[in-house]
Design a protein around this ligand. Sequence first.
Ligand SMILES: [Zn+2]
Length: 293
Amino acid sequence: MKFISQQKLELDIPTTWLAKVEQVIGDFDLAELSAREFARLEKLSTAELDQILDKARKHIISENSSLWSELKDILSQQSNHKCWYCESLELRSDNPVDHFRPKNKVAEAKKHTGYWWLAFDWKNYRFSCTYCNSRRVFTDTDGGKQDHFPLFEPPKRAGLPGEESQEIVVLLDPCNCDDVRKITYNIEGSPIPVSSNSKSRDFERAQKSINLYHLDHSLTCRARKQIRIDIDFMVKEVNEFLKEGKTGKASNVKEKIINLIRTDSEKPFSTSARAYLRRHIGTRWVKELLENN
Ligand SMILES: [Zn+2]
């Protein structure tokens, strides 16, 4: 999982886009006013009013769905076109913008009508590949976030704008610099929780995120394992070059390693490459290379 700074992202959000969002927010307000007036005149129950409001909001969301697609290139550029969840290269999907808090419904809360008020909030957008975002089932694994948004202490789930701050979120968030450090990778390329305490919340969050983002898909694990093999080989190669005094050749290989581990490079799965290089941290040049890149 790659850390994405929303402070940096904010710089790139166009003012013209924000102005369009303002208009849609105005539509939400208008829809609510007219629904309340209609309910008053028709003496509708609260449940009936809620139903009308839900329908009106979903209509506004669907009518303006092109708005989040407009940001996909900007979101993609933040990660050099890599999925923020799994770090695979995401170049072809039609719909690579995931709403971190689902906009229309929540799989874990059947009566919840979704976080409609965050449908047009760029802070709720995550650039995501189809494997992480949509439900996929294979013989050995299944996953895909879809409308899932599990919470610790579900009664604290937000039903109104602003109540999100009281939620204790289960899924790890690429926009949180602490969250991205809660998953690491074993030598087979599989993602595992950093925490070894299976009863801890950190462990549960990592495990649930691995499952729902489908980070354990076999092809992804295989690609990470290949990176581990390549890193081990290159570290050995540099050590041999250095022993023979061939510093130029050693530097060339180090450059290749740097390209693999830098999370801002275009190489996929760089967080796992970093974790694999860290296995050689006892070697001085590796330690220095990790500290400086
Ligand atoms: Zn992905």
